[in-house]
Design a protein around this ligand. Sequence first.
Ligand SMILES: Cc1cc2nc3c(=O)[nH]c(=O)nc-3n(C[C@H](O)[C@H](O)[C@H](O)COP(=O)(O)O)c2cc1C
Length: 95
Amino acid sequence: MLLKEGKIGNIKLKNRIIMLPTVTNLSNEGFVSEREVEYYKRRSKGVSLVIVGASYVNKLGKFFVNQIGIDDDDKIQGLRKLSEVIHQNGAQAAI
Ligand SMILES: Cc1cc2nc3c(=O)[nH]c(=O)nc-3n(C[C@H](O)[C@H](O)[C@H](O)COP(=O)(O)O)c2cc1C
């Protein structure tokens, strides 16, 4: 059952194994860091969906120094890189 394909809405999942969000504190003041990319590159192997750790949508909601930020366009480049490495392993990326 765990290895059977799945679906959440219109998102296809290659199996039923999902990485739940666990805060890493690996970003660089909100910007995705190389260490973070490396971490998710490893962790996304074998799972169908990676939900990255708690992220802030507004600086007022930031509660760790090195939490991922999705509050501004200047973060897009790093977030794109992060989703790319997750997708390379055949997993979907969620935040
Ligand atoms: C160290 C640690 C960090 C976590 N960080 C987050 C987080 O950033 N965002 C979030 O929504 N949940 C976070 N959680 C909650 C987990 O995603 C998960 O919901 C929780 O561990 C319960 O899992 P379980 O039902 O399999 O026991 C964290 C849990 C742990 C243990």
